[in-house]
Design a protein around this ligand. Structure first.
Ligand code: SAM
Length: 459
């Protein structure tokens, strides 16, 4: 690992909780921490003991997050079909503290809440939010177009139907004044918190960049705060140790807006450091790799004290045609109150209660994904979409074939393989109870419909 920049060490020496010797030692040790967070909805479908395969003996849970575990070593995740099926997400442990913040701010009454994850790619926090707000609407946004593709992919694999993925600049949300109940800003930052696992972050670090990040963080927050409802929660996070991006941003927020900062209870044994902003006294939480089993991280919560609730007129989302709706509904679990709408030849579905919101979001933002794409209508047939296979709403009686580990990997490489089974037509490829995607059985071969752009390229 390259040496940590001397200017960096000097700049963080006064930061609350920073201990130079242990910090340097943990960076020099080469120790790496691997953690995963399960998708509660898919874990329930899982047949087989994935976690037991990772190690003998009891697993260590990430203390501040349900469904999250440390692994004793880093497996070759690419070659685990369950990762591609959205059963778990490989996520840095400190950042999972977001769940603890949500429990202690928003609470557990989440029905009907509208949540925005503003800086979302590749989707670590968004998958956590999708599992937390199962009965809310999650808008997950990434401004950089090339990064929004991975966000769509990860949200599709997670399978939640109540998610809209957008590709917009923070200021594009101006028209949604007072709209969101929760806004998460996991801001672009100087990245020092990732020094231990990312040598490039060390090379790229500079004092000037910290200053630039501080300015950009202010701009992003100023652009998005009007979209927060009165009483709504702002969660601000970085993976930087620099006070300019953490405590100073808390002070700037408290001085510039009418916000109430919320301190939360944190068990002492977690070794999370509570830190106070010098001017306002606002509390945030710092994570140091020499204190916790995780990387550097900062998080703080604020409640909006003024503003007005969104009062724009909402319109109905034009529904899909009757025939198309009937065709699509045959592929979906009966009894879910879904609203079907069209996008070119595709039929999409979202929970009925969110259809007007989708119409509104569609008007203001660039939507990359909304609800679940059920499939494309081609003449009298519906060609099912990959999103449907990975979603939690596909009909339980659709034709399936269970693949072993080798065939599952061949499937995910989009290669050919033999299926020794009678049957024809659209069939879901399933591994350990988890759907991976579509195949089409023909009399003498199987067509593999795994999306080309997502296939495993390594052999
Ligand atoms: N929340 C993500 C997760 O947990 O997987 C990580 C987000 S990363 C720390 C910050 C994100 O902000 C990046 O995806 C980056 O492209 C995006 N970003 C960069 N500049 C931005 C800007 N000016 N406004 C909003 N987002 C920006």
């Amino acid at each position: 690992m390259p040496q940590l920049p001397a200017a960096f060490i000097t700049s963080v020496e006064q930061v609350t909780g920073f201990r130079k010797e242990p910090f340097l030692a943990v960076h020099a040790s080469g120790e790496q921490v691997t953690s995963v967070r399960f998708n509660p909805a898919k874990k329930a479908l899982l047949e087989g003991e994935w976690l037991q395969q990772q190690q003998q003996g009891p697993l260590q849970q990430v203390p501040w997050c349900n469904e999250a575990y440390y692994l004793p070593q880093r497996p070759m995740f690419t070659f685990d079909p369950l990762l591609h099926g959205g059963v778990y997400y490989v996520q840095e442990a400190s950042s999972m503290f977001l769940q603890h913040m949500l429990k202690n701010t928003v609470g557990t009454q989440t029905a009907g809440l509208k949540v925005l994850d503003l800086c979302a790619a590749p989707g670590g926090k968004s998958t956590l939010l999708a599992s937390y707000f199962t009965d809310g609407l999650l808008v997950t946004n990434e401004v950089i177009k090339s990064r929004s593709g991975i966000l769509v992919e990860n949200m599709t694999k997670w399978g939640a139907a109540n998610v809209v993925v957008t590709n917009n600049d923070p200021k594009d949300f101006t028209a949604l004044e007072g709209y969101f109940d929760v806004i998460v800003v996991d801001a672009p930052c100087s990245g020092s918190g990732l020094f231990r696992r990312d040598a490039a972050a060390i090379e790229e670090w500079s004092i000037d960049n910290v200053a630039l990040c501080n300015q950009r963080q202010q701009r992003i927050l100023a652009d998005i705060l009007p979209a927060l409802k009165p009483g709504g929660w702002l969660i601000y996070a970085t993976c930087s140790y620099s006070a300019e991006e953490d405590e100073q941003i808390m002070d700037w927020l408290m001085q510039s807006f009418n916000l109430h900062n919320k301190a939360v209870d944190v068990p002492v044994e977690w070794n999370v450091v509570a830190t106070q902003a010098p001017q306002s006294g606002a509390t945030g939480y710092r994570f140091f790799p020499d204190r916790v089993k995780g990387e550097g991280f900062f998080i703080a919560a604020f409640q909006q004290q003024d503003g007005t609730e969104f009062h724009g007129r909402k319109k109905m989302l034009p529904p899909a045609g009757k025939t198309e709706t009937k065709m699509a509904a045959e592929w979906v679990t009966p009894g879910i109150p879904l609203y079907y709408f069209a996008q070119q030849e595709h039929v999409l579905a979202i929970a009925e209660q969110w259809q007007e919101e989708v119409a509104l979001l569609q008007k203001q933002l660039y939507l990359r994904k909304a609800g679940v794409n059920i499939g494309a209508v081609k003449g009298k047939d519906l060609v099912p979409s990959h999103e449907l296979a990975l979603s939690l709403i596909h009909h339980p009686n659709l034709q399936k074939i269970t693949l072993g580990p080798d065939d599952a990997l061949q499937y995910l490489r989009r290669k050919e393989f033999a299926v020794n089974i009678a049957g024809k037509g659209w069939t879901m490829a399933v591994y350990q109870g988890i759907t991976l995607g579509w195949m089409k059985l023909l009399p003498n071969r199987v067509n593999n419909y795994y999306p080309t752009e997502w296939r495993i390229l390594k052999d």
